[in-house]
Design a protein around this ligand. Sequence first.
Ligand code: GLY
Length: 383
Amino acid sequence: MARPHSDVLVIGGGIIGLGVAWRAAQHGLSVTVVDPAPGGGAAQVAAGMLAPVTELQYGEEPLLRLGMASNERYAAFAAELTEVTGLDTGYRETGTLAVALDSDDREELRELHAFQARLGLTSHWLTGRECRRLEPMLAPGVRGGLHVTGDHQVDGRRLARALVEACTRAGVAFERALAAELLLEGDRAAGARTDAGTVCPAGRVVLAAGSRSHLLPGLPPGVLPPVRPVKGQVLRLHVPPAYRPFLARNVRAVVRGQHVYLVPRADGELVIGATTEEQGHDTTVTAGGVYELLRDAHALVPGLTELPLVETGAGLRPGSPDNAPLLGPTALPGLVAATGHYRNGVLLTPVTADLVGTYLATGRVPDLAAPFSPDRFRPKAAV
Ligand code: GLY
């Protein structure tokens, strides 16, 4: 069986693939998304913290620029989605408070603060008392913190739902099956075959299959670097109305070397994340993972042990070799990458959709995407 030919076939209907599909359709291209359950994937687990400033890492300044660009687009992206679908994405301009629980953490946060200042980023140093004034549920031992008013949040599940609806309204077709093989015509990517045997022919193929992207059968060797799965376990608690606002903003800390964050949603959901584990495509929720998250979150906000625990889950972050995304044309003509977003998939959805959508419509790689070319990992030809 064969589907009609599309201008663009997107392999992977997570939020990255859907965002690209939506923008490509808005540019007037015919688009098909192949995925057994569009709107699924890591966004169903992610806490949805939009934190380019608090998650700043040394040596990742190009990624910071991309993250800041996406953060700046978020309010308009979310508003546009709501306007076309009538669905709320849970985007909230809450800000983030990163706190220190001991003097070593405090020194580390002070260094981060200085680094942020050198890069012209806005963050405010607060004493422990000032932190607790903002967030009275914080542990009395909090030693100080950074208030980052520009780091916000979105609800990944609502975002995914809205993107599926926006795609549908924009005329995107869905092939609800797994892409089992990339199809080539000569030296070009020309579509995919699904596990149900359906052939989906297309002018261009966008690979947006998260941590499985480089495993697609038919992908010639060396076209994409390995995208490794990095497991994150996450807990969901519920704050009953009588306890609200339990927390007013995202709260995070490093406890015994592990990052822990709490993301409070308007509907009372409180998401606690996340472990970082490299053990292949395993999404088992473990007693140890749940224990560590609760132990560290409790050190930060002791009162949360009173709240109902409503859900545990685990997702797989797609990590590229340098933890930055793979965006744009690959060495295989007709194959375009939109994957490898690692810890930043939710944050980078608007900018990825815009940049890859523009490339598909114009054939031009926008300047902002240039540092993230998938070709950066290919061995340079000897001169
Ligand atoms: N960006 C949060 C995480 O990857 O856990």
